[in-house]
Design a protein around this ligand. Structure first.
Ligand SMILES: Cc1cc2nc3c(=O)[nH]c(=O)nc-3n(C[C@H](O)[C@H](O)[C@H](O)COP(=O)(O)OP(=O)(O)OC[C@H]3O[C@@H](n4cnc5c(N)ncnc54)[C@H](O)[C@@H]3O)c2cc1C
Ligand code: SF4
Length: 701
């Protein structure tokens, strides 16, 4: 049962929003409440909002009732910033409009558009959007901007912060600010004079504090998504520009983003890459430093463990298996619209790093097979670790960044840290050019000893990154609940106080995605950990990343593959623990339609899944398990009497068609509805589209 204030919110909102989109049953709140992080909070209400009017109403009513809201796009966030135990507002379906502007130099996008889809609008013009997270096939514009997500090519020059032209936001009082609309800006300045003044005061305080000013400048020279984008105060003077850029990376804690206009980026036609193997990490990092000033599109680092994890691929070169333990690979990519210039770039790269010996000779390739393998080796790291992990464990993907000059030492220090805490499956890779390293490992959260081990790793990681290397604890994935306890550690008290003031300016009652980014609890990163119980061999390796969702035909109607797996896991957990029989009954009540009957079982989801899970196959097994003995007998009988069965169906369909021609559609419908009713639903309803019985097929030799 909902608490009175939540019930009141539901009742009030049901008057203006279709009640079918206000979800409170245990199956749907769990399914929609889950994201890709290793944290779990189950919302009391999930609202599938379809437009701005609805969001404004939700914000206003929740404010009156003092209820917290969290906004959600695709839920691929990794740090616990897209979950809540209060109200989750999902802005995906219905938020798909886009507009090409200024002769394609700009694109306006609504928050429910998947990043890769935005690029398909631009591809015919040889253009793309700047931010390029590896999750771009599933992550949506709202989440990409709110996390300031980035990837291997955009670096710090083409991320959302740098390429945002305009934004339209809804503030905590329901006001809209559209920075592209002069009237909206003027009215906002008039009506929110206090807010503007506070922004200006903060700006002036930062600009007059030399130490703080340079701290901010320096920390954003490398990728940094820890805390708010306070570089807005040093980069801009105009308060509206500051607000616009503060929204980037704000993780849904300041306002709702209702559309974003990006400057578009050239998507070069010709691409080539090369996998360079160096004898040591130091050599690889030194080469990266030399490449920084060259025309490279990407330099991705893969440590020895990363290479080992792909060495059994049939297309992997034989020498992968014999590489020395100290070896390290760089995947270097260059791009251009002119093939001759592309070749010149390759030569410049070769010339630039000639002083550093490589383990083997290397060539640049545009040959699709080789090009694909090189990138598969890099992109296959996550599936490899994810697929090899022990059932019941979570995949942890962390991302830190270091000044490039420190990258080699930082890599070695990180590897020693994994050894110390016995994370033997950890692999280290990342966007070397940006000093940005990801490490992936599996983590058990089912017992206290493992949680303690994780806590120690994180505490020591914070010291290593911040104190020893002056790096960022989060480079791409946003602060979330995972790093919120460490924001002050990374930024120091003064900058942290400014971040707290920012939150207070936009959300004085702390009701917009509270506990994310700013969280006073030093142990917040160890709470609300997601259980990962074993459920079924086909789905146990699921990481709940959400990559399958855009490929699922029933997503939106009922559940996505990820959500089906989440529900199956919860049923297994409740059955195993007997913790809450009522909850189990409630979830089971809705499961047949939501999980089973509406799954097309076409296996399309497996095409996008990093660990190759075919949820359709799982649903087929689920179905088989639900069939009782008598249904099984009937199915077996039909199976062994197919000729008779098809003959009966043929005659049946022909008779129905005959009666239709006799009675006409109106009477036929009335009769069919009557039979359906008196048979308690056993006789199916007739519809005019029902086919006629076909003639028997005669197979003659
Ligand atoms: C396997 C894997 C690989 C990944 N690789 C990368 C990578 O290479 N680079 C990278 O940067 N990230 C990466 N990520 C993390 C994640 O995909 C990105 O941060 C992504 O941008 C999140 O987008 P989303 O649509 O899933 O947002 P969500 O997870 O739904 O939300 C993200 C944040 O945005 C807020 N938000 C969402 N919509 C709105 C809105 N309309 N208004 C205001 N706030 C809103 C939410 O409250 C939340 O705080 C990866 C994730 C996975 C699972
Ligand atoms: S089924 Fe695959 S793609 Fe879908 S959430 Fe699980 S791991 Fe991700």
């Amino acid at each position: 049962m909902l608490a009175p204030s939540y019930q009141k919110l539901k009742d009030i909102l049901s008057k203006s929003i279709d009640p079918k989109r206000i979800l409170t049953n245990p199956l749907q709140t769990l399914a929609y409440g889950t994201d890709a992080s290793f944290y779990r909070l189950i919302p009391k209400i999930v609202i599938l909002a379809h437009n701005e009017t609805e969001v404004i109403e939700i914000i206003k009513q929740a404010k009156l009732l003092d209820i917290a809201l969290t906004f959600r796009a695709a839920g691929t966030s990794l740090s616990g910033q897209a979950i809540t135990d209060s109200v989750l507002v999902v802005a995906t379906h219905g938020w798909k409009n886009f507009e090409l502007l200024d002769n394609n130099q700009k694109i306006k996008l609504e928050p429910g558009i998947v990043g890769a889809r935005a690029n398909t609008f631009l591809a015919p013009h040889g253009l793309k959007i700047g931010p390029d997270p590896a999750s771009i096939g599933a992550a949506m514009v709202g989440g990409i901007v709110a996390n300031n997500a980035s990837g291997m090519c955009c670096g710090t020059a083409q991320n959302s912060y740098q390429t945002i032209a305009d934004i339209r936001i809804i503030l905590n009082d329901g006001t809209i600010l559209d920075t592209a609309d002069l009237e909206s800006v003027a009215s906002f300045k008039n009506n929110h004079n206090g807010l503007i003044q506070e922004i200006e005061t903060l700006r002036d305080a930062i600009k007059s504090d030399e130490i703080l000013y340079h701290l901010i400048k320096n920390k954003f020279k490398i990728k940094n998504t820890t805390g708010y984008s306070i570089n807005a105060f040093v980069d801009y003077q105009d308060p509206i520009e500051i607000i616009k850029h503060l929204m980037v990376g704000s993780e849904g804690t300041l306002a709702f983003i209702s559309n974003v206009t990006f400057q578009t980026i050239i998507d070069e036609k010709y691409k080539s890459c090369s996998l360079l193997i160096f004898n040591t990490i130091q050599d690889a990092c030194n080469a990266t430093i030399l490449l920084k000033s060259r025309p490279v599109a990407a330099v991705e680092l893969l440590d020895r463990e990363s290479i080992r994890s792909v060495e059994n691929d049939p297309e992997a070169p034989k020498y992968f298996k014999t590489l020395p333990e100290s070896a390290c690979a760089l995947l270097v990519e260059c791009r251009d619209n002119d093939l001759i210039v592309l070749h010149q770039k390759q030569e410049q790269i070769r010339f630039q790093i000639q002083s550093i010996p490589t383990y083997t000779d290397y060539e640049f390739t545009s040959n699709p097979k080789q090009y694909y393998f090189n990138w598969k080796a890099r992109k296959g790291l996550l599936p490899t670790v994810g697929g090899l992990r022990k059932n019941g464990t979570s995949v942890i993907i962390e991302d830190v960044a270091f000044p490039l000059s420190q990258l080699a030492d930082a890599c070695l220090a990180l590897k020693n840290l994994f050894k110390k805490y016995e994370y033997h499956d950890a692999v280290l890779f990342g966007h070397a050019l940006e000093g940005n390293l990801h490490f992936v490992f599996s983590q058990d959260f089912s017992n206290q000893a493992e949680i303690d081990r994780y806590e120690k790793l994180m505490s020591e990681l914070a010291i290593l990154v911040v104190d020893r290397f002056d790096g960022s604890l989060k480079a791409e994935h946003g602060t979330g609940r995972n790093m919120a306890p460490f924001v002050e550690k990374e930024w120091g008290t003064k900058a942290y106080e400014i971040m707290k003031r920012i939150k207070n300016i936009f959300d004085p009652h702390n009701k917009i995605n509270p506990d994310v980014l700013i969280n006073p609890d030093p142990k917040a990163h160890l709470k609300n950990l997601k259980p990962m119980p074993e459920s079924h061999a086909i789905v146990d390796k699921c990481m709940e990343c959400g990559f399958c969702e855009p490929h699922c035909v029933s997503e939106g109607l009922t559940l996505s593959p990820r959500q089906r797996i989440v529900i199956a896991r919860e049923i297994s957990r409740l059955e195993e623990t007997n913790e809450n029989p009522q909850r189990l009954t409630d979830i089971r009540k809705d499961v047949t339609y939501q999980l089973d009957e509406t799954c097309a079982t076409d296996g399309l989801c497996a095409l996008a899944c990093p660990v190759y899970i075919d949820t359709g196959k799982f649903v087929k097994e689920w179905r088989a398990n639900q069939i009782n003995a008598s249904d099984r007998k009937t199915a077996a009988y039909i199976g062994s009497h197919m000729a008779g069965t098809t003959a009966i169906l043929r005659i049946g369909l022909k008779s129905v068609s005959f009666f239709h021609s006799l009675f006409g559609t109106k009477i036929m419908k009335a009769l069919s509805n009557g039979f359906h009713f008196i048979s308690f639903g056993k006789v199916p309803k007739w519809i005019p589209e029902m086919p006629k019985g076909a003639n028997k097929i005669n197979i003659k030799n």
